[in-house]
Write a protein that binds this ligand. Structure first.
Ligand code: PEP
Length: 255
């Protein structure tokens, strides 16, 4: 399936870093580095409390803002949670869902990933849905099975039309924050498997236009090779998104 028509999406995941004041200053610095680079969509997924400040700094620019999690109910007695409407009202257009750190530390399951994905797209957010295998799963040779299952469960009940607002981020858990990157071939292979799963669910046309990112220690040094691969349409970037220079090099690699 040709990737010619897919516009890459480079998304930073700031994780739990930056106070609102720091975020404001960093967003301004980042804008200066990437302004005028029009070959990909650029997103920064920031802590929820930073969304208003970052949205204000980036208003009118090509850089979009996202959250890092969303609750699946519209409102109610869910202390500490944030709804899709709240994210949108604060200025977010994207949200990361099912990041491995949420699966590992906060009890996220394939079922809650699905509920959050549905809530996000129904509200009009772009959902960046994370999937990926553990090292033990890769070593047992079950990567395809694990990732295919995660994708199918995450997308249950999502319509073909809603797929316009869904990005899948393939993030092998063993590569996140570890400095170990999947080789370009390994990453492309699994992104291709994900595209085939989407093709099975929605048909070839939807699969051809779905953005599938790679994430896992992507940095200024390895981005070009990863982003050149047929099935990799961008990156979800953690550590390197906290350095304006490195993030800007990754944006260049996606041009
Ligand atoms: C991430 O947080 O999604 C991520 C891929 O982190 P890192 O780039 O630091 O591995």
């Amino acid at each position: 399936m040709s990737s010619r028509k897919r516009r890459p999406v480079i998304a930073g995941n700031w994780k739990m870093n930056m106070t609102p004041s720091e975020a404001k200053a960093f967003a301004a610095e980042l804008y200066e580095k990437v302004k005028g680079k029009r070959g990909c969509d650029i997103v920064v997924c920031v802590p929820a409390i930073d969304i208003p400040a970052v949205s204000k700094v980036l208003a009118g620019t090509a850089i979009k803002v996202g959250g890092q999690n969303v609750h699946f109910k519209k409102s109610g007695a869910y202390t500490g949670e944030i709804s899709a409407d709240m994210l949108l009202d604060a200025g977010a257009k994207y949200v990361v869902i099912g990041h491995s750190e949420r699966r590992q530390y906060f009890g996220e399951t394939d079922e809650t990933v699905n509920l959050r994905t549905k809530a996000a797209v129904e509200a009009g957010l772009h959902a960046i849905v994370c999937v990926g295998e553990l090292l033990s799963e890769r070593e047992s040779g079950i990567t395809t099975e694990v990732v295919s299952r995660q994708v199918k469960l995450a997308l249950a009940g999502i319509t073909a039309e809603q797929m316009n607002n869904v990005i899948i981020a393939y993030e092998p858990v063993w590569a996140i924050g570890t400095g170990k990157t999947a080789t370009a071939e390994q990453a492309d292979e699994v992104c291709g498997i994900i595209r085939n799963v989407i093709s099975g669910l929605y048909g070839k046309a939807v699969a051809r236009q779905t953005i599938i990112q790679y994430g896992g220690s992507m940095n200024a040094g390895n981005a070009a090779e990863l982003l050149a691969m047929e099935n990799i349409d961008g990156g979800l970037i953690g550590g390197a998104s906290l350095k304006a220079d490195a993030f800007s090099v990754i944006v260049d690699a996606a041009q």
